[in-house]
Design a protein around this ligand. Structure first.
Ligand code: PLP
Length: 392
């Protein structure tokens, strides 16, 4: 009897908490996973190629390589790009640490360019200022799902002979000048399928590319650097024979995850439509109110609306954060500028100066945004952010 009451209590507590992001899993998703569990292949089976083909077709890329998470996608992309000791790679500080860590994994050096104060994406003009003779690549991050100014970034990359690896963890399904992210002309584009991302596989990631050579290298680095392809091997000693050509990793995705991903992809456009609708409701609620700055969209992009980042100018962000968490709202801060982390501070980033990133970091707060957020829940969030209405 006591146990039952506790359960009910815990359930009502969970329901009162509105997270900043949450997956949407349907009965079809569950069935797709169950089918794989009843099949012969749990990994390296047909669901992997199926999911890769679907993402390639959806994004308009030629090749896709599924991996165990988005960080692994960034890591093998840097390896395939040939990033190594002494190489510099330019990225934004307003991102998850993985966008820069992937460069460190390869022995390279992340260099932070400041953000544009309007879009919060990496500022192409500051990329140009940060280029040195050692710069090898740019990792633009489509922050909150809004694509970066890719035409300008590609012009800079062409002029200086740099690779471009898009961190599109927020931006599967987003568009730029009528094209989908994944076919904007970069060397490689990386996605994440973590539960809060546009679609989920639990953990998961993917790299897409149009370049066959990069595709082959990505496949190698995903699985120990091992190949069985005759065209890549020096010799063939028999039917058992394979060769390790590079020092790769086990970054494979399971078929269980891939089946979930294929099923989720069918719903992606609907998810984004719902996110856009809810973002529009936030805009309406906060626009014209003093004390708030709503996110800005460029006219020629279609955001994936991964996050809704509001700037608070009147109420202190620390106080507002504590107050909203107290009210059962899982607000968050995306992101602490990467160079501020102790690991980076210890490794030579004390003098990194990105004034726009610093300014944004002082005021930003991420409000709940995900397809399953109801309008009633959102209205509650809006009232609480504005400081209207008593705590529930
Ligand atoms: C989530 C995320 C990643 C890492 O993806 P995981 O699947 O969690 O490894 C990388 N970059 C950005 C911008 C992200 O949001």
């Amino acid at each position: 009897m006591k146990l039952k009451m506790e359960t009910i209590f815990i359930e009502s507590e969970i329901r009162m908490y509105i997270p900043y992001g949450h997956q949407t899993i349907t009965e079809e998703d569950i069935q797709a996973v169950v089918e794989v569990l009843r099949s012969d292949y749990l990994t390296t089976g047909p669901a992997i190629g199926g999911f890769e083909q679907k993402v390639a077709a959806y994004t308009g890329a030629k090749y896709a390589v599924a991996v165990s998470n988005g960080t692994a996608a960034l890591h093998i992309a840097c390896l395939a790009a040939g990033i190594g000791p002494g190489d510099e790679v330019i990225t934004t500080p307003i991102t998850f640490a993985a966008s820069a860590n992937c460069v460190l994994y390869c022995g390279g050096k992340p260099v932070f360019a400041d953000i544009d104060p309007v879009t919060y994406n990496i500022d192409p003009a500051d990329i140009e200022r940060k280029i040195t003779s050692r710069t090898k690549a740019i990792i633009p991050v489509h922050f909150t799902g809004q694509p970066c100014e890719m035409d300008e970034i590609h012009r800079i990359a062409r002029e200086h002979g740099l690779m471009v690896i898009e961190d599109a963890a927020h931006a599967l399904g987003a568009g730029y000048k009528g094209r989908k992210v994944g076919s904007l002309g970069s060397d490689m584009t990386c996605f994440s399928f973590h539960p809060v991302k546009p679609i989920t596989t639990g953990e998961g990631g993917m790299v897409v590319t149009d370049d066959e050579g990069l595709y082959r290298r990505l496949c190698l680095f995903r699985s120990h650097g091992i190949t069985r392809e005759e065209s890549l091997m020096g010799k063939d000693e028999g039917g058992w024979y394979y060769e390790q050509l590079e020092l790769g990793y086990n970054y494979r995705m399971t078929d269980i995850q891939a089946a979930l991903g294929s099923s989720q992809l069918e719903k992606l456009d609907g998810f984004i439509g719902r996110r856009e609708f809810l973002a529009g409701r936030y805009d309406k609620a906060f626009e014209g109110c003093s004390g708030f700055i709503c996110p800005s969209q460029l006219p020629d992009v279609e955001s994936g609306w991964h996050l809704y980042v509001l700037q608070l100018l009147e109420e202190g962000r620390k106080e507002a954060f504590a107050r909203l968490r107290e009210a059962g709202i899982g607000v968050n801060v995306h992101y602490i500028p990467v160079y501020r982390h102790p690991y980076y501070q210890k490794h030579g980033y004390q003098d990194t100066s990105c004034p726009h990133a610093e300014q944004l970091y002082q005021h930003m707060i991420s409000l709940p945004l995900y397809p399953g957020l109801t309008e009633e829940e959102q209205d509650y969030v809006i009232r609480q952010v504005k400081g209207e209405g008593a705590l529930q």
